[in-house]
Design a binder for this molecule. Structure first.
Ligand SMILES: CC(C)(COP(=O)(O)OP(=O)(O)OC[C@H]1O[C@@H](n2cnc3c(N)ncnc32)[C@H](O)[C@@H]1OP(=O)(O)O)[C@@H](O)C(=O)NCCC(=O)NCCS
Length: 176
């Protein structure tokens, strides 16, 4: 896949985008990408803590020409149905608006569905996550400290959240 920065007449920034599972050797690169994306280290600390935690995670990196420029993490949470939380999602500032974030989320959700997870939850921008089918009303019946309009749910299996409610149990790292 060839990706060009639409705002510049610069050469192609990314002429080979690869999405793959991360390995232990990627930890430092993930920390840099996530810190650069958020402009602070907290989300990178969260990502690395979750990867090291006992809960099952799906950790994907986006590589452009062999350089890690994006990362997404999905972590199993306690819920009335098998579910994951998507957080954090990060793309290096200079590699934005090239559909890398979309590619990471789509692959992460596909992997989660393939592993039998039936729902995904995310806290974030509605305009961004609604394109994947996340909806805030679908998450309203679940109890989390960050409940609100930006807390959204997606059924990976149609109807998986119908009639479901109650507390969602996030790994301790989310509260560190
Ligand atoms: C959010 C983020 C991951 C998006 O990465 P990206 O690779 O630039 O996103 P994409 O190129 O895949 O975006 C595709 C679409 O989303 C839109 N979009 C990008 N960032 C957005 C944002 N922050 N809010 C709303 N829409 C956004 C783009 O305009 C584009 O829209 P279009 O397809 O209608 O043209 C990246 O901006 C980032 O790392 N931000 C800082 C960390 C962060 O906020 N993470 C998410 C926590 S909720």
């Amino acid at each position: 896949m060839g990706l060009r920065d639409p705002n510049k007449s610069s050469p192609v920034l990314c002429n080979r985008l690869t999405i793959r599972h991360s390995s232990e050797a990627d930890a430092a690169a993930i920390a840099i990408v996530v810190t650069n994306a958020f402009g602070q280290p907290q989300e990178a600390d969260l990502a690395l803590a979750l990867i090291a935690a006992p809960e099952r995670t799906i950790s994907l990196v986006a590589e452009c020409n062999g350089r890690i420029v994006g990362h997404v993490l999905l972590t199993e949470i306690g819920a009335p149905t098998r579910a994951v939380a998507l957080a954090p999602l990060a793309v290096e500032p200079e590699f934005r608006e090239m559909q890398i974030g979309v590619a990471l989320v789509r692959e992460g959700l596909a992997q989660a569905a393939g592993e039998g997870y039936q729902a995904a939850f995310v806290l974030g921008r509605n305009a961004y996550y609604e394109r994947f089918g996340f909806r805030s009303p679908l998450a309203d019946s679940f109890d989390v400290p960050w409940q609100g309009a930006q807390f959204m749910a997606l059924e990976l299996t149609p109807g998986a959240l119908a009639g479901k409610s109650g507390a969602l149990v996030y790994p301790d790292a989310f509260f560190a």
